[in-house]
Design a protein around this ligand. Structure first.
Ligand SMILES: N[C@@H]1[C@@H](O)[C@H](O)[C@@H](COP(=O)(O)O)O[C@@H]1O
Length: 234
């Protein structure tokens, strides 16, 4: 794991942007993308740049089940807002939250099989989740339908009018699917991620902390701000 600690999320966004540029320059073609507040500064740096993804493919990690892409809280909507409307890709795939689970899971795994991910960006849940793979998810899991935990529902409630409106299920690439990416960037900012960051980097590799599996990936970069890195021992 390469660990890059920078001052704040703005500096982290620049560092993330540089990695995207390096990947593009080296011929990477398929980009695995993430949502959440964390990647926004990286996407902002990308949209302010002259990087060109019009020959590239993007494949997003996850989507809420039951939300159409036109819903303001859907991840498709988020991606359109923050990236695709300003930096279009040749093709952009996001799970279809309105499709029936079995069909959607098959469709999405086939897309990933046909377009193996060169570079995957990840955020980190406070409980160590990646994508929507909550603690306890098998390390060899593929794209699947996920029941969100109480803590994820509660922390996403701020984006909805009330907690009852937060979807209870999502479609997510599995941990095995994520680990197939040739290179991975995980970003985490803020003190509320510090515990998960410490366990991800210095703790045992365990399904109780999904992101800890990244210790076993040959090409991972972790970008942290100082607050997220504050509990690292070394
Ligand atoms: N499915 C997403 C994850 O992909 C994301 O990493 C996480 C953290 O979000 P944030 O970056 O807003 O802290 O939230 C959600 O659960």
């Amino acid at each position: 794991m390469k660990i890059n600690i920078v001052k704040d999320s703005k500096a982290a966004g620049q560092a993330g942007y540089k990695l995207f540029k390096e990947q593009l320059d080296n011929g990477s073609h398929v980009f695995g993308l993430a949502t959440g507040s964390t990647p926004i500064t990286t996407y902002d740096a990308i949209t302010a740049s002259d990087l060109d993804f019009s020959d590239c493919i993007s494949i997003n990690l996850d989507e809420y089940a039951g939300l159409p892409g036109t819903h303001e809280q859907s991840y498709r909507y988020f991606m359109n807002q923050h990236l695709f409307s300003k930096k279009p890709f040749k093709e952009s795939f996001v799970p279809d939250g309105m499709n029936e689970a079995d069909a959607e899971i098959k469709r999405y795994e086939k897309i990933i099989e046909e377009h193996p991910v060169d570079f995957q960006i990840l955020g980190l849940g406070r409980n160590g989740h990646i994508g929507f793979n909550e603690p306890g998810t098998a390390f060899d899991s593929r794209t699947h339908k996920v029941a969100l935990t109480e803590s994820t529902i509660a922390s996403n409630a701020r984006f909805f009018d009330n907690e009852a409106d937060v979807p209870k299920f999502a479609y997510s690439m599995g941990i095995g699917t994520i680990m197939d990416a040739k290179a991975i960037l995980l970003e985490a900012y803020g003190e509320n991620k510090a515990d998960a960051v410490q366990k991800m980097i210095e703790g045992p590799v365990t399904e109780d902390l999904p992101a800890s599996i990244l210790q076993r990936h040959p090409n991972v970069t972790i970008i942290l701000d100082e607050a997220a890195a504050s509990k690292l021992k070394k």
